[in-house]
Ligand binder design. Structure first.
Ligand SMILES: *Cc1c(COP(=O)(O)O)cnc(C)c1O
Length: 386
């Protein structure tokens, strides 16, 4: 809800700093070889950052293409007025392919079956369509296998309305330092490109690396890159000399504080008992907002510039924190779940490692009922979104 609403009050919010996002884009562009280009990955609501606002920023920055996974995600961007090319990378049904073509989305063709759907619809509608074709070079997931190239060539020969704008693949382990699979995938991909060239089916672009591959300098001259995570300010591999800034800041405010004697239990299942006289604060956020239940007794938040432990179980709508050591902690104090406050910072990486997951999951699970506020300090504008 917007600031004018009578109930503008829910203090649990995510602030997205578009200035940070722009600087991250620039940092990522600086890592690219000359002649290479960046496809900005904005699937899953731009990893929780608000796909429309992030896409607008990418359009202003003149990036060549966005990537989404759902056709609905692509259509929502078109409905919001985004005009730049949008690649939909998924195994789409016939109906989804048709919807994508009608909304001028670029199809990332990931199966031979899907290529059949594309050709059928394109021939029916007589609309020329450009596609990117994905090959499986070792991931064992989506993508056409080298063995299927014969079928692909035959299918493509049956339509002169479908043209190939790019070939792509996906590294399975580029975030690991020495997995030989990465080199094997490079070799395999090069062979496939050569085979397609041999069939007279050259494409102007190809891409295999995402954020991790780029951070490891695996991008060949002229190849494109599909990056998500690093644009949002997380380093995909350790020790790449981070110059990226977290774009998301997730905060709330203290709703209630109580003093308890030693031995008082807190929350469902009494998983926490005070070891001394304690002040326990309640913050209005819970697993329904994407704050994982496994953070119970297992995470910290920032309040008054200092760390306070999360104590007790995470409920659907509330979390309890121990503010005994936070001087003057009071109702209404800002509490930061992800982001910085004072000198300290809680990163998506830190939260991910506490619950044995990856920052991708922490970011994209921040729930729909948390309002997103997009700010842009350097442009001195403040766009508020419902
Ligand atoms: C999500 C996704 C990416 C982005 O990966 P990051 O690690 O976030 O850079 C790249 N390519 C495809 C096909 C994806 O689905």
């Amino acid at each position: 809800m917007g600031p004018d609403s009578e109930l503008a009050g829910r203090p649990t919010r995510v602030d997205i700093d578009l200035g940070c996002f722009r600087r991250n884009v620039q940092a990522v562009l600086n890592r690219l070889p000359e002649e290479s280009k960046l496809i900005a990955v904005v699937k899953a609501d731009a990893y929780g950052h608000g796909a429309v606002q992030i896409a607008r920023e990418c359009e202003r920055l003149g990036l060549p293409m966005l990537l989404v996974v759902l056709v609905e995600e692509g259509i929502a961007l078109r409905d919001a007025g985004i005009e730049m090319p949008i690649l939909v990378s998924a195994a789409l049904s016939s109906r989804e392919v048709l919807a994508a073509i009608r909304h001028d989305l670029t199809l990332g063709v990931t199966t031979t079956e899907m290529l059949r759907h594309v050709i059928n619809h394109v021939e029916d509608s007589n609309i020329p369509t450009k596609v990117h074709i994905k090959f499986d070079t070792g991931m064992g997931r989506l993508g056409i296998l080298a063995e299927e190239i014969g079928d692909v060539v035959t299918l493509l020969a049956s339509s002169n309305l479908v043209s190939i704008d790019g070939y792509y693949s996906h590294y399975a382990s580029s975030f690991l330092a020495d997995d030989p699979l990465t080199d094997e995938q490079d070799v395999h991909f090069a062979e496939i490109l050569e085979t397609m060239r041999g069939h007279g089916l050259e494409a102007p672009t190809h891409h295999i690396a995402s954020s991790a591959g780029l951070a490891r300098n695996l991008v060949s001259h002229g190849a494109w890159v599909r990056a998500g995570l690093s644009l949002y300010g997380c380093e995909p591999v350790e020790g790449s000399g981070s110059r990226l800034e977290p774009v998301m800041r997730w905060s709330t405010r203290v709703a209630s504080i109580k003093d308890f004697p030693t031995g008082h239990r807190v929350g469902y299942g009494r998983t926490f008992t005070t070891a001394c006289p304690s002040r326990i604060a309640v913050i209005p956020v819970g697993y329904a907002d994407g704050y994982d239940r496994r953070f119970g007794n297992n995470a910290e938040v920032l309040i008054r510039g200092r760390r306070a432990p999360v104590v007790g179980a995470i409920s659907m709508d509330v979390v309890t924190i121990d503010v005994t050591d936070i001087e003057n902690a009071a109702i209404g104090d800002e509490v930061v779940l992800i982001g910085s406050q004072g000198e300290d910072e809680i990163s998506a990486d830190e939260l991910a490692s506490r619950i044995d997951t990856i920052p991708y999951e922490v970011l994209c699970r921040v729930g729909k009922r948390v309002s997103r506020e997009h700010t842009d300090a350097s442009r001195l504008t403040n766009q508020t979104d419902d």
